[in-house]
Design a protein around this ligand. Structure first.
Ligand code: PEP
Ligand code: MG
Length: 361
């Protein structure tokens, strides 16, 4: 078990006295949440919801939703997913015992969900009452050449508002149930991914508030919630003052921010980045250690602009860099509130955060 005992546990209690940065974790399951808590995570900074849509008991309904003819068809399919999604959040909230949890609404490229094998298409066509040919055409139409720059993130929430509405409903019903029946004190943090333009966030925030208020009213209790966004595109960083009007928190998605700032595909860069590092063109792999020049500039600008609009805006990082010591030190220097990293990196981040604080003395 990852339990921390003995001298190491003592060292970590000292470490925690010094650090200013909070350390959260990236976790999508109760199991990962538990591991992270045992390692000292003080909340979840990123709960990615996409894997939940791939699970065997719901992928058929997800495909039905994407390929449906109209809103009614989409809603019919989403009703099947709602109780499962609510169960996902109940499990995570329970495991985190009232610590903050940031849930990111669906992000992956739409095409990743599509069926490609004939037998899957035939089966789905039968359920949906259409011909396999019709479905095949739709699948082909939805194909993307650059999926990482395509129909993903908040673009999904704008073109298919029913998806985000269902997720927000599931988050708030789970939170309200725990507050009402189990005495929890929860303030869910709802996070919108891949925002580039303030209007995207304005629309999605309004939609989310409508759903949250409907659920809270139905339970007849008082539950607070926060709505915020990821800053993971250069345009979002540069216009963070406008975006902060609609966001109670920012979380830096430095994986995408690195990809889009360098114009380097995060899925393909492994083929040539080692050459760059070996030959000194780059000091480090920017997907591992935050590039403190270009990408770091954008992060700093976004912090300043975000605070200019909303002085107490909560600021965190949830890209892989949140668990890299040099990047954690950078995050301390620019005054983020927390870093979020994978469960097994939580102790490393705690140490690095204390190291950064001691360097100030
Ligand atoms: C990021 O882009 O840094 C991020 C945390 O989101 P994802 O890795 O899921 O794109
Ligand atoms: Mg991202």
């Amino acid at each position: 078990t990852p339990e921390m005992t003995g001298d190491f546990a003592t060292l970590m209690t000292w470490v925690d006295k010094f650090r200013k940065l909070k350390v959260r974790t990236n976790a999508d399951t109760p199991k990962d949440s538990k591991t992270a808590r045992e390692f000292g995570a003080e909340g979840i900074g990123l709960c990615r919801t996409e894997h939940m849509f791939f699970e065997a008991d719901r992928i058929a309904a997800v495909r039905e939703m994407i390929l449906a003819e109209d809103v009614e068809g989409r809603k019919k399919a989403l009703v099947k997913i709602l109780p499962m999604q609510k169960g996902d959040f109940l499990g995570i909230f329970r495991e985190m015992k009232g610590l903050p949890v940031t849930i990111r609404l669906l992000d992956p490229p739409l095409h990743e969900f599509l069926p490609h094998e004939d037998k899957d298409i035939d089966e789905l066509a039968k359920t949906m009452g259409v011909t396999p040919k019709t479905l095949k055409n739709k699948v082909e139409y939805l194909h993307e050449f650059n999926p990482m720059l395509g129909h993903r993130g908040c673009r999904l929430g704008l073109t298919f508002p029913e998806i985000y509405d269902m997720q927000v409903q599931a988050i708030m019903e789970a939170a309200c149930e725990l507050v009402k029946n189990e005495g929890f004190d929860i303030v869910p943090e709802i996070m919108i991914p891949l925002v580039a333009v303030d209007k995207e966030l304005k629309t999605l925030r309004e939609n989310a508030i409508t759903v949250c208020e409907e659920v809270i009213g139905r339970y007849g209790i008082k539950v607070e919630y926060l709505i915020g966004t990821m800053i993971e595109l250069p345009r979002a960083a540069l216009t963070a003052d406008e975006i902060a009007l609609e966001a109670e928190f920012f979380s830096f998605g430095t994986n995408d921010l690195t990809q889009t700032t360098f114009g380097l595909s995060r899925d393909d860069a492994g083929k040539f980045l080692p050459f760059y590092v070996e030959s000194g063109l780059l000091e480090d792999d920017p997907f591992v250690s935050l590039d403190q020049n270009g990408v770091g500039q954008l992060v700093k600008i976004a912090c300043e602009k975000g605070r200019a609009t909303r002085p107490h805006i909560k600021l965190g990082i949830c890209g892989e860099h949140g668990g890299d010591p040099a990047s954690v030190i950078f995050c301390h220097k620019i005054g983020l509130d927390y870093v979020s990293c994978s469960p097994f990196r939580v102790p490393i981040a705690r140490l690095a955060a204390a190291h950064a604080a001691l360097m100030d003395k």
